[in-house]
Design a protein around this ligand. Structure first.
Ligand SMILES: Cc1cc2nc3c(=O)[nH]c(=O)nc-3n(C[C@H](O)[C@H](O)[C@H](O)COP(=O)(O)OP(=O)(O)OC[C@H]3O[C@@H](n4cnc5c(N)ncnc54)[C@H](O)[C@@H]3O)c2cc1C
Length: 137
C-alpha cells in the first residue's frame, strides 16, 4: 500500500539494490501499527455529499459498495505532466511516478542497453534521474 517514491531513482541507479526495500507497508502492517483500515484496489467513484457517503468500486471483482464518512479528505495524488511533444509516445520514453514505471524503465535499460538518455524537466526527480544515469551507461 505504500512505497518509497523517493527511492525509485536510487533503485534504477543501483544505490538501493534490493527492490523489496522500496515496499514499506502492507494494509495488514498498517492496521496492526496504527489501527487504520486501508483498502487497496478500491476506487472512490462518487461522493454523495447529501448523505455523507462515498461509492467505492472494488477493482478486483468490479463490485460497488457505499461507505459513510463524518469528514472527507481528498488526497488523490498527481500524475506526471506529459507535454505534447512530437514523438513523446515512443515506447523508449518514460515517466517515473510509481513502482510499475520504475520496473518499465529498468526493463527498457536491460533490453535496449542505451548509451545515452535525455531527461526532460529539471525538477528534483529529473535531476535525481540525471544523477543516477551516470551509473547506467
Ligand atoms: C520519483 C519520485 C521521487 C520523489 N522523491 C521525493 C523525496 O525525495 N522527498 C519528498 O518529500 N517527496 C518526494 N517525492 C514526492 C512524494 O512522493 C509525493 O509528494 C507524495 O507521494 C504525494 O503524496 P500524496 O498522498 O499527495 O499522493 P500519492 O502518493 O500519489 O497518493 C495518492 C493515492 O490516492 C489514490 N487515489 C487516487 N484517486 C483515487 C480514488 N478515486 N479512489 C481511491 N484512491 C485514489 C492513488 O492511487 C494513490 O495511491 C517523490 C515523488 C516521485 C514520483
Amino acid at each position: 500500500m505504500s512505497f518509497a517514491n523517493c527511492g525509485l531513482p536510487y533503485h534504477i541507479g543501483g544505490d538501493i539494490k534490493d527492490r523489496s526495500k522500496l515496499l514499506l507497508q502492507t494494509p495488514e502492517s498498517f492496521l496492526a501499527r496504527f489501527n487504520v483500515d486501508v483498502r487497496v484496489m478500491n476506487e472512490v467513484v462518487s461522493i454523495n455529499r447529501a448523505d455523507k457517503t462515498v461509492t467505492i468500486k472494488n477493482l478486483i471483482d468490479g463490485s460497488k459498495y457505499t461507505e459513510s464518512y463524518d469528514f472527507l479528505l481528498l488526497s488523490p495524488g498527481a500524475a506526471p505532466f506529459i507535454p505534447a511533444i512530437a514523438g513523446i509516445d515512443n515506447p523508449l520514453t518514460h515517466s517515473l511516478r510509481n513502482i510499475p514505471d520504475m520496473d518499465r524503465i529498468i526493463q527498457t535499460i536491460q533490453t535496449n542497453k542505451p548509451k545515452h538518455a535525455t531527461v526532460v524537466g529539471g525538477g528534483f526527480i529529473g535531476l535525481e534521474m540525471m544523477e543516477h544515469s551516470t551509473n547506467l551507461v
